[in-house]
Design a protein around this ligand. Structure first.
Ligand SMILES: [Zn+2]
Length: 291
């Protein structure tokens, strides 16, 4: 099947058509013009879809959009990155406009599904996907399907508390979420270093950078150890800017996650970097229609 994938970001909308083999055809980029409000940014979304649909044979439209949104109903609630979008029935509006089925999903769920279909988790059936970026997000694929929960609000992995006494209040209002302690933003606040700078310092053999990475990996291992205890996934895949630190981070996680779980099989659970980089957002959106 051939479907269109539309990845709505705060600054750009990426679109393309994905067929067998996960090749992206007719990739297009359209500015979101988010600050100009719903009328304008929604028109930009339609424009991106129209361009993608110039490719023949498209059977459906998958969209990933900034949350909060409800993937079960396709309603975008009120994302901070899209001013003026409030309870927008995105799936219904797009489906009616183009007379094609449409599904809407949040970024991390879609990215996890794309890794399952096309990337690092191919051949596995249950996947825990983590975005380690300026924030921390998660997607849970169970037996080949995204786990949505009752209200479509499941898999908010970044807001799992790992130290409620830390005194660091997360954006969500709760103290000690993993996102508040181990995201790129948290590292920068605490140590004055972005994830990219940390990666470069590590590569140069900087001892302070190694100590910072130890601290961050300890926290991520506590978090992922709990995930393994809870879900016993076939594989853990991590993407996002921090994952580009690469082997120094993944080697620590592989060594330490098994010490933070009761699951005796944990040392055999692969912990690997995401495989999809170019067009990852479009592939994620397309995956939502293909799975
Ligand atoms: Zn939180």
């Amino acid at each position: 099947m051939t479907v269109a994938g539309i990845d709505i970001g705060g600054t750009k909308i990426a679109a393309g058509v994905v067929g067998p083999g996960a090749r992206v055809r007719r990739p297009v980029l359209v500015p979101t013009q988010a600050r100009e409000g719903f009328e304008v940014s929604f028109r930009q979304v339609l424009l991106a879809i129209e361009q993608a649909l110039e490719e023949p044979g498209v059977a459906g439209i998958g969209i990933c959009a900034p949350g909060p949104l409800n993937p079960k109903t396709g309603v975008v609630l009120n994302p901070p990155n899209l001013p003026g979008w409030r309870n927008v029935e995105l799936a219904r509006l797009v489906s009616e406009r183009f007379a094609l089925p449409c599904r809407v999903e949040n970024d991390a769920n879609a990215a996890g599904l794309a890794e399952y279909l096309f990337g690092a988790a191919r051949g596995y059936s249950s996947v825990f996907y983590a975005t380690l970026s300026t924030g921390i997000g998660a997607g849970i694929i169970l037996d080949g399907k995204i786990y949505h929960g009752k209200n479509g609000a499941a898999a908010e992995g970044g807001h799992v508390t790992i130290d409620w006494k830390s005194g660091v209040i997360c954006n969500c209002g709760t103290p000690g979420c993993i996102e508040a302690l181990a995201s790129g933003t948290a590292i920068e606040k605490r140590h004055g270093m972005t994830a990219e700078q940390l990666g470069r310092a590590l590569a140069a053999g900087d001892a302070r950078a190694a100590a910072i990475l130890d601290e961050v990996a300890e926290m991520l291992a506590a978090w992922l150890g709990s995930v393994v205890s809870l879900l016993d996934p076939d594989i853990i895949v991590a993407g996002g800017g921090m994952s580009r630190i690469g082997e120094p981070l993944f080697a620590r996680l592989r060594a330490w996650v098994p010490r933070r779980t009761i699951n005796q099989h944990a040392r055999h659970t692969p912990i690997v970097p995401a495989a999809l980089a170019q067009h990852a957002g479009v592939l994620g959106a397309a995956a939502v229609m293909l799975a």
